[in-house]
Design a protein around this ligand. Structure first.
Ligand code: FAD
Ligand code: NAP
Length: 338
């Protein structure tokens, strides 16, 4: 089924709570309906994008095109072997409902990604990650519909170019396909991933590292540190953590011995928490116009009330310039700016 809306407010459809309008928004509950709709209502040269929960989008102007919004929420176990259980989830299923369903079926793999806002369909786009896990670890394949050819394709996870908060859907397939469903590969065998210190401690405080305890520990840490978009508009981490050359990190460490840094998959690249750089530069807790840097985590920009996209961008640009001037490091937005 398809439902169309025209000149619709997006204020309740983006976690920053920014007032913007979309010329057209089309909700669809399955691939066939969307394909039939696009066949009979070609979008032509109008800008066409997909919006899930709007938790990673900053609107800087009205959207003068067509927004497609998946609402199908099915979760289905599709296969089981001695090693793995495969699950199909529709794009419109809220990510945290997916994680809860996995836990409810005793399936390991998604627990560190508990309580990340958004939909299943958006998870592969930036390869959502938290506490040392990322969606790519459990994605077997991604089902897509090409917006131009209306052809359905299943893209194997190994062909999704997954990287640190990155994928083919932010690259060559950006604006080309709608993700209509995702196939996951999970496990019934316990495999706690407690490499992040805070998670290990919080889980230990609850008892054994069971699925339920790890999920609950993540929920507790997140609710104590992250702003709830329902009360304070935000899109999570506004910036990506920069990956810098080892020599750059070592030089900075000599000037700032307290600077945290983490190894990456590449021996030459070191991850530096952008939140630390922004806090050290003095931005934590500050407000400019109606936009602010969150007081408990400097990586998060917030809407203090009535901010426009331009207010948030002006603050982000000032932060980027200051971090560049003070540390010689370029930080860039993780959030999609529309
Ligand atoms: P949207 O914001 O609607 O869309 C994001 C992008 O994906 C857009 O480019 C959109 O076009 C595209 N897209 C969405 N759905 C589809 C689809 N079906 N097909 C094709 N393209 C699509 N992210 C993390 O990685 N880790 C975290 O721990 C984390 N914590 C957060 C905490 C808070 C409080 C908030 C507000 C955000 C957080 N985020 C985190 C960011 C956000 O949760 C993720 O980016 C999430 O995947 C966004 O899902 P969404 O459905 O809201 O996507
Ligand atoms: P945190 O634990 O205070 O850590 C700060 C940063 O240091 C994180 O960004 C994390 O990188 C890095 N880090 C910490 N311990 C690490 C380790 N053992 N190995 C490698 N890197 C390490 O971060 P937080 O703000 O409370 O967030 C906790 C987790 O939730 C993080 O994984 C974060 O990515 C995720 N999160 C993401 C968003 C988003 O919008 N993208 C929003 C909120 C939280 P990584 O970010 O690479 O993990």
């Amino acid at each position: 089924m398809v439902q169309e809306f025209f000149n619709i407010s997006l204020r309740d459809r983006n976690s920053f709570g920014i007032e913007a309008r979309a010329a057209q928004l089309v909700e669809f509950d399955d691939t066939e309906s969307l394909r039939d709709y696009l066949n009979t209502h070609p979008t032509g040269n109008r800008r066409t994008e997909v919006i899930g929960g709007g938790n990673n989008i900053l609107f800087t102007r009205d959207f003068d095109g067509v927004l497609l919004h998946p609402v199908g929420r099915a979760f289905r176990i599709t296969g089981e072997t001695a090693d793995a259980v495969t699950v199909h989830a529709e794009a419109g299923l809220p990510w945290d409902d997916f994680v809860r369903s996995c836990a409810g079926h005793g399936l390991w793999g998604a627990e560190n990604l508990t309580a990340i806002p958004g939909t299943v369909g958006a998870a592969p786009v930036q390869n959502i990650g938290a506490y040392g896990a990322e969606a790519a670890d459990i994605i077997e394949s991604v089902e897509t519909l090409d917006l131009h050819t209306l052809k359905q394709t299943v893209i194997a996870g190994c062909h999704c170019s997954f990287g640190y908060r990155d994928s083919i859907f932010k690259g060559v397939l950006k604006g080309r396909v709608v993700i209509t469903g995702v196939n996951f590969r999970l496990s019934r065998h316990p495999r706690p991933n407690l490499g992040y210190g805070a998670l290990a401690q919080e889980t230990a405080a609850l008892g054994d590292p069971t699925l339920e305890h790890i999920s609950e520990a993540v929920r507790r840490i997140r609710s104590s540190k992250l702003p709830d978009p329902a009360t304070l508009g935000n899109a999570g981490s506004f910036f990506k953590n920069p990956l810098v050359a080892r020599a750059t990190a070592e030089a900075l460490q000599r000037d700032y011995p307290d600077m945290p840094s983490y190894a990456t998959d590449s021996p030459d690249l070191i991850k530096i928490p952008a939140g630390w750089l922004i806090e050290k530069a003095g931005w934590k807790g500050t407000t400019r116009n109606r936009a602010g840097v969150y007081e408990h985590q400097a990586l998060i920009l917030v809407n203090r009330g009535g901010a426009t996209g331009a207010d948030i961008i002006a603050l982000a640009e000032a932060v980027i310039a200051d971090v560049r001037a003070k540390f010689g490091i370029e930080i860039s937005p993780e959030v999609n700016i529309w």
